[in-house]
Design a protein around this ligand. Structure first.
Ligand SMILES: [Zn+2]
Length: 311
């Protein structure tokens, strides 16, 4: 009886053992995949700090972003390190600005053996062309127009979804939050510039980084250096700008966080233009600084311009 009952019971026990094993295995799998997701976010790289911040905001905790050119760094000229090559080789996506900004990237890509996807964040914007030293060149600083920033965010979102479809809902929600922030900032920038006297909306910066900003919001930026910091301003260019400042009574020169201040110090001394403060052009500040994110960069720049030019 005992055996009989046991035998009958054994089937039950075996069935429930199998069931328990299935439950355990499932729990184990779920646990492992949950841990893997929490512990191993998708690795991606971004060429410079402004783009890195946008990618980080859209990717949230599903990704880990490595940025080559960090806070206050100059993205036009950069010497990649072996550590950069290693980070890139482990990345699934490489986000670049494009439009000729990162001339150093092709070599880094080749040396790293990168096998992932290259995403050009500026794809779909209308490039600003200009003539410099009798050559037509493309201005890479498209992020300085918030309307272009929206296109960057959409490109980043779509690339992250393509690489990690499970994160679609999260990427879409994060992107929407950033897009809403950009839309609100657009209103603020337009309001702030509308308050400036029209005759004071022409200013000097070191290099031509604010062409998109100027075209979008109705300001004129003049720079002794061109759209890249690679070539220094010639004495002739500097002399020309000094004459222009005097003739047109340009009120202020603005330093940039990525360029040397000596040139503008000199221009300010030789003219009546005052130094209006520091604008963030091609890089963010460190996280604790005044321009630690894409939106804070605009907030800071608009405050700096308003304070220096409103009276
Ligand atoms: Zn630049």
């Amino acid at each position: 009886m005992l055996y009989h009952r046991t035998a009958k019971g054994k089937v039950g026990v075996m069935k429930s053992r199998i069931l328990m094993q299935v439950v355990f295995a499932t729990a184990l799998l779920l646990g492992v995949s949950a841990r893997a997701q929490a512990a191993e976010p998708m690795k991606v790289s971004a060429s410079f700090s402004i783009l890195g911040d946008m990618v980080k905001q859209v990717g949230g905790d599903r990704i880990e972003v490595f940025t080559f050119v960090g806070p206050n760094g100059d993205a036009h000229v950069y010497e990649p390190t072996p550590a950069d090559a290693k980070e890139l080789s482990e990345s699934k996506i490489l986000f670049i600005n494009g439009l000729g900004l990162e001339g150093w990237m092709t070599r880094l890509e080749k040396s790293s053996g990168f096998k992932g996807t290259v995403v050009i964040a500026s794809k779909g914007i209308t490039p600003r062309k200009m003539v410099e030293d009798e050559k037509t060149i493309t201005d890479p600083h498209a992020w300085q127009n918030l309307a272009n920033g929206k296109i960057y965010v959409a490109n980043i979102r779509d690339a992250l979804i393509a690489a990690d479809p499970d994160g679609k809902a999260a990427y879409e929600a994060n992107a929407q939050t950033l897009l809403d922030g950009i839309a609100a900032m657009e209103t603020k920038v337009k309001e702030a510039i509308a308050k400036l006297p029209p005759e004071r909306r022409k200013i000097i910066t070191t290099h031509d980084a604010f062409g998109y900003f100027g075209a979008a919001y109705g300001m004129e930026f003049i720079a002794p250096e061109g759209v890249s910091t690679e070539s220094e301003a010639s004495a002739k260019d500097v002399a020309k700008i000094i004459t222009q400042i005097k003739k047109e009574k340009i009120p202020a020169v603005f330093l940039e966080n990525v360029t040397d201040s000596r040139l503008l110090d000199q221009i300010s001394k030789e003219t009546a233009a005052k130094i209006g403060g520091t604008l963030f052009s091609d890089a963010l500040s460190p996280p604790a600084g005044p321009a630690g994110t894409y939106l804070d960069m605009f907030r800071n720049n608009i405050e700096t311009l308003s304070q220096a030019l409103s009276s």
